[in-house]
Write a protein that binds this ligand. Structure first.
Ligand code: PGA
Length: 245
């Protein structure tokens, strides 16, 4: 199975999200491709309805771990599941670095996803500072350990490797070349064996476009892509889906 996940972040308002979903809904995908769209919370319900019965599924960009209560501004894993989400991004770099999420929070979010039957997509990635000070593996190992340790890994889980320095819109000054991403993802897969006997799909994300997507998808360890800004441009995103058709 190859995964093409579209993280619309806060790029599109409700009208724009619905228009893009309406354009994408008739897309036919091969049975070994899973395409999921992660719209903003505000547009989630409309987008989910638009994709119902199509080949595209939906996910949310974040969840809170308590199912219900006095938590202003939060949306729980249970609520996302009830609204039709299949996946939840957990610990996206922007959640960690802008909103201050800690690995210990992510551990609770993964647990909450498991309890309601949402598939968590744990996002990990080192900063440019980590990279420059030779701390890439150290950072990734810690992120995995602190959010996964003690879990019962019969549960479904996915991981997205997104080097912070390669994400567009951040300090995205450099690309993580496909061969580099392949090496790191191969190493992450070895590390994941410490947590689960199951094979856990690992996606790559960070400045993927229609120009470079094929090179990442051709790499044997990379199970798919988590795409941000290019997934909000209809021509770019459909060109990426066409690579796998
Ligand atoms: P980008 O974002 O494709 O715009 O670099 C990827 C992500 O942050 O998920």
């Amino acid at each position: 199975m190859q995964y093409i996940f579209a993280n619309w972040k806060m790029y599109l308002n409700a009208t724009e999200s619905l228009a893009l979903a309406t354009t994408l809904a008739p897309t036919t995908l091969s049975s070994d491709v899973e395409c999921a769209v992660f719209p903003s919370m505000l547009s989630f319900c409309d987008v989910e309805k638009t994709f119902r019965g199509s080949s595209v599924v939906t996910g949310v960009q974040d969840v809170f771990w308590v199912s219900k209560g006095a938590y202003t501004g939060a949306v729980s894993a249970q609520m996302a599941k009830d609204a039709g989400a299949k996946y939840a991004l957990i610990g996206h770099s922007e959640r960690r670095h802008i909103f201050g999420e800690k690995d210990t929070d992510l551990s609770k979010k993964i647990q909450a996803c498991d309890e309601v039957g949402l598939v968590p997509v744990l996002c990990i990635g080192e900063t440019k500072e980590d990279l420059d000070s030779d701390k890439r593996q150290y950072r990734l190992k810690r992120q995995l350990q602190e959010s996964l340790e003690g879990k019962n890994f019969a549960l479904p889980l996915m991981v997205a490797y997104e080097p912070v320095w390669a994400i567009s819109g951040g300090d995205g000054s450099r690309a993580c070349l496909p061969a580099d991403a392949e090496d790191v993802i191969g190493w992450i897969k070895q590390e994941l064996k410490n947590f689960s006997a199951e094979s856990i799909p690992v996606l790559y994300g960070g400045s993927v476009t229609e120009v470079n997507a094929k090179e990442y998808l051709n790499m044997p360890s990379i199970d798919g892509l988590l795409i941000g800004s290019a997934s909000t441009r209809v021509e770019s995103f459909t060109s990426i889906l066409e690579i796998l058709s």
